[in-house]
Design a protein around this ligand. Structure first.
Ligand SMILES: Nc1nc2c(ncn2[C@@H]2O[C@H](COP(=O)(O)OP(=O)(O)O)[C@@H](O)[C@H]2O)c(=O)[nH]1
Ligand SMILES: [Mg+2]
Length: 323
């Protein structure tokens, strides 16, 4: 059992245990974790949820490590949740992240946790929402979610944070290369990273290109996507980053958007939970699971249409009791 009072007092062991509980896919743990989440749901009203995405190697963990320490010097309590769908839970790159954030990990006011992605049927980042809430309940008021630009994880993360930051490298051509459709529109800020050494000029050019490309699209009625350059070799940009984030927050509050964006995050959560519960039910009920696999084969051999198959499974699921 998780001691809620201990968790709320900021006890990291209780927090780690609570996250393990919500990550568990066992039915009995799910029941306990729902009870727990109900008790702490509104603890995070004053927190800041920042999402950071970008290709592997762009410099996310390095920036988070130094920005995290900067935040702590400003009296924030910082939690970092790292999602990496490209590596298995025991894999190297998550361990790499941990070592890279060594200084931050040693701060008493920091909490770093890699999120396992295997087993999260409703999406790779499904358990991250619950982990965010638990960190907030434990008094962490600045939550950073790091995710690589692979698969759906960045779209999922964009839907669960207050501010979404895309990191890219300085690039030569004048085309906006390699960035998935939609991600640019989701970004509240774009950071051109490794703006140092021989790359400095190129970074400035890239910044100008993105600035002019983004002028065409208004991001929201009160915010224009900010394009910054950064080099983690120096700590010069940290002030600028901090000012930008809290400027966004104050504008968002003034425009009465902060609260409604949080409500949108909850609606998104609701939608993805429905998917997760249904998919879980298909796989946990033996007969349904068997039929699911049969239907896949029938679709492959073109004996049934995907529409018919989906309807059959959906209708049979509705008859199964959902706790
Ligand atoms: N020159 C330079 N190298 C950087 C910068 N930021 C990170 N790196 C290096 O880039 C590599 C990948 O960084 P990492 O933070 O692990 O990237 P992530 O995969 O996006 O988390 C590491 O070797 C870092 O030392 C930067 O601003 N400038
Ligand atoms: Mg990393």
């Amino acid at each position: 059992m998780i001691d809620v009072e201990k968790l709320k007092s900021g006890d990291r062991r209780s927090l780690a245990k609570a996250i393990t509980l919500v990550e568990s896919s066992k039915e009995e743990d799910q029941v306990l974790s729902q009870e727990l989440l109900k008790k702490i749901l509104n603890c995070g009203k004053n927190s800041f949820r920042l999402g950071v995405t970008g290709s592997p190697g762009v410099g996310k963990s390095t920036l988070i490590e130094s920005f995290g320490q900067y935040l702590i010097s400003k009296n924030h309590k910082v939690a970092v949740l790292a999602i990496d769908p490209s590596s298995p839970t025991s894999g190297g790159s998550i361990l790499g992240d941990k070592t890279r954030m060594e200084k931050l990990a040693n701060e008493p006011n920091a909490f770093i946790r890699p999120t396992p992605t295997s087993g999260a049927l409703g999406g790779v980042a499904q358990k991250t929402r619950e982990a965010i809430l638990l960190c907030e309940a434990a008094g962490f008021d600045f939550i950073i979610v790091e995710t690589v630009g692979v698969g759906q994880s960045e779209y999922e993360v964009a839907n669960m944070v207050d501010f979404f930051m895309l990191m890219i490298l300085p690039s030569g051509g004048d085309e906006l290369q390699g960035i998935k459709k939609g991600i640019l529109e989701l970004a509240d800020s774009i950071i051109i990273n490794k703006a140092d050494g021989d790359n400095l000029n190129l970074a400035k050019q890239t910044q100008a290109q993105y600035q002019s490309a983004l002028q065409i699209t208004a991001h929201s009625n009160f915010w224009k996507t900010e394009v910054l350059t950064n080099s983690s070799l120096s700590h010069e940009t940290l002030d600028e980053l901090y000012t930008m984030l809290f400027h966004y927050k104050s504008l968002s509050l003034q425009n009465l958007q902060w609260e409604s964006e949080r409500q949108k995050q909850n609606i998104n959560w609701f939608n993805s939970l429905i998917k997760e519960i249904i998919i879980q039910k298909i796989h946990s009920d033996h007969k349904t699971n068997q039929r699911f696999n049969e239907l896949k084969e029938l679709i492959t051999s073109q004996k049934i249409t995907p529409i018919e198959a989906a309807r059959e499974i959906a209708l049979s699921i509705i008859k199964i009791k959902i706790n």
